[in-house]
Write a protein that binds this ligand. Structure first.
Ligand code: GCU
Length: 609
């Protein structure tokens, strides 16, 4: 096999890729700094998505072989080309034998697996074997990875299958061309290295957990199958948008149990039908979900969908035609034991706290959270702001960075399009208002609207420090203007907030998308003393009551539910933790700010009776 890259036999540079004496040159991998070049394409993107509702899957969760790879030996020495052969086999590199690697759980974060890996940031390899039969009749065998942070390469039986960029969205890899009958070896390189041209870029206020941290599963689908299904309420009835995996013509059937049935005429792989029906509407007070089934040939998919209408009228938000006020709070994916992993217990605990706060909406910051979050929110009647991590100073002038952000946005929307709880797509957070950023973000707003005309688009913007008004140029393209401000914490007093709200006169709804204050759980003192629980309680109380005075502010998202790990915070109180949670990192100890916020939400941003 000819190998790419510069080959060096110890004395002189050999021509492009070659062996010496019939055995691979033992030094060939020491001088090939282009080792990633052969593994940059194919890219695994939203175009390869498979609609998963109702499909049988084979889970690959469990213990995998695992090794950290800070020097990128896996690609340099092409570990993936050698399955677990005996280490004395002369045809494999001396430094590799995944059969004897450590074990690590999938889903999992290596950062919480071993103390010495907590701050390991770099490449790591997961590998395992699985039994499979070579698909027949044109069927495809697809690997679905719920999320891996932050860029991921998939190899099967020695072949490179694709590269995915993005640490929080599901992606799909068609293994069919590489599957062999019987035992197959899948190897996955996950690289958590932060990069200036990535999304997010290398500077964030959250901890960089690395791992294959959501479900990994195999799914067999027919050659032509449903790749995307979007079912939503429109003025004319229920729209059913169907996208198939190839440009075929045909007819699909849709059945919404107890509501309506119909056919979808498919042309060139896509089709839409409007079912003339009037579903019982979903809302936090009416959790009606319908079972939807769509069949195309032998491919049958299902979903549980709530039908509701979210819109803005002037400076008002409306849910099902009624004024909606947002009593919100932000949340990260961060857990003392689970790292960035979430499970149903952890997710339901978050929502139990939200309910105790009297909150009706959560901001899943600053990246797509686990898909269970929106499913459980549908069941419980909690609204969601979901977003992609276009956070702070992203490389706005770099087209590949835009394509990365756009792809993550489409992957998120395709994953959660049928979740009634999701009312807002957030396309950015605290990005300075520059020309390149405006072009970049306008492109994301357009992409969101093209993918989903039914929801509202927002972003967490900054205030204009010259005019002291809400004047981010991106606001003209948003449905709802999110506004991050920390009067009372990063600047003294609340006069600035009052001035800002009095000076501003937006023509669309505004939410305070972030505000809050750090508090050390258990630290008490006068409410003038920073980092006390009393001080945090005062800030939250004042922030909510002042924001509620502006008739164009339709709600607040307090930052945030739980204290979280971040190395940016190193004061004597913080030591690597952001303490703006109203609950400590143990997700049990409530601070006075919890009670204060609950009281504030009992008085402000109430829905009209
Ligand atoms: C910013 C940022 C958050 C950060 C917060 C803070 O608003 O969006 O990610 O954690 O400030 O200062 O705590």
């Amino acid at each position: 096999m000819v190998r790419s890259g510069i080959i060096y036999d110890g004395e002189n540079l050999l021509s492009e890729g070659s062996y010496t004496q019939g055995i691979k040159d033992p030094y060939w991998h020491l001088h090939d700094e282009n080792f990633e070049t052969p593994y940059m394409t194919p890219r695994l993107t939203a175009e390869g998505s498979v609609f998963m509702g109702g499909r049988d899957v084979v889970s690959l969760n469990g213990d995998w072989c695992f090794a950290i790879d800070p020097m990128r030996e896996g690609l340099r020495q092409r570990w993936f080309e050698h399955d677990a052969q005996p280490i004395d086999d002369w045809s494999v590199p001396r430094d590799y034998d995944d059969g004897s690697w450590q074990k690590a759980p999938v889903p999992g974060c290596w950062t919480t697996e071993r103390d010495e890996w907590l701050r390991y940031e770099g490449a790591a390899w997961y590998s395992r074997s699985f039994e499979a039969a070579v698909p027949t009749d044109g069927d495809r065998l697809i690997l679905r990875i719920g999320a891996a942070n932050a860029q991921t390469r998939v190899f099967l039986n020695g072949a490179f299958c694709g590269l995915h960029l993005g640490g929080s969205t599901p992606f799909f890899c068609d293994l069919t061309p590489y599957i062999q009958s019987g035992e197959n070896l899948v190897m996955i390189e996950v690289d958590s290295t932060r990069r200036a041209d990535a999304v997010p870029m290398h500077h964030t206020d959250w901890f960089n957990h690395g791992g294959l941290y959501r479900d990994v599963e195999l799914v067999k689908v027919p050659a032509v199958h449903t790749s995307h299904l979007f079912v939503r309420l429109t003025d004319d009835g229920v729209a059913v948008d169907l996208t198939l995996s190839s440009d075929v013509d045909g007819t699909a059937e849709v059945d919404i149990a107890g509501l309506a049935k119909g056919k979808i005429e498919v042309r060139a792989g896509a089709g839409t039908t409007i079912l003339d029906c009037a579903p019982e509407l979903w809302s936090p007070d009416s959790l009606r979900l319908y079972d939807v089934t769509v069949t195309y040939g032998s491919d049958r998919v299902t979903d549980r969908v709530g039908f509701r209408r979210i819109e803005r009228r002037g400076r008002e938000l409306l849910l099902n035609g009624r004024t909606l006020q947002l009593r919100g709070i932000g949340m990260h994916e961060e857990d003392l034991d689970l790292g960035k992993c979430s499970d149903e217990v952890e997710i339901r605990r978050r929502f139990a706290h939200l309910k105790d706060l009297g909150a009706n909406v959560a901001r899943a910051a600053h990246y797509p959270h686990h898909e269970l979050v929106a499913r459980v929110a549908d069941e419980l009647g909690i609204l969601l702001w979901e977003e992609i991590p276009v956070y702070w100073a992203v490389a706005f002038d770099n087209p590949p960075t835009f394509e990365n952000a756009r792809n993550q946005l489409v992957e998120l929307i395709r994953r959660d399009a049928n979740r009634a709880s999701v009312i807002l797509w957030g396309v950015g957070n605290e990005n300075a208002d520059t020309d390149t950023r405006l072009d970049f973000m306008r492109g994301l707003v357009e992409a969101a609207r093209a993918e989903d005309p039914s929801r509202l688009v927002t972003a967490a913007c900054l205030i204009n420090r010259e005019t002291f008004r809400i004047e981010d140029r991106l606001a003209d393209y948003l449905d709802v203007i999110g506004l991050n401000q920390y009067f009372g914490w990063y600047e003294p007093g609340f006069e600035g907030l009052k001035r800002l709200l009095q000076n501003s006169d937006p023509d669309r709804p505004v939410v305070i998308s972030e505000t809050g204050a750090d508090a050390v759980a258990g630290m008490h003192g006068p409410d003038t003393q920073l980092f006390t629980e009393e001080y945090q309680a005062k800030v939250l109380t004042r922030q909510v009551e002042i924001a509620a005075r502006a008739d164009y502010v339709v709600g607040t998202f307090i930052w945030l539910l739980y204290d979280f790990r971040t190395d940016r915070r190193q004061t004597k109180h913080q030591r690597g933790w952001n303490l703006k949670g109203v609950v400590a990192a143990d997700k049990t100890t409530r601070k006075l700010g919890f009670v204060a916020l609950a009281r504030a939400y009992q008085r402000h941003f109430r829905d009209a009776d």
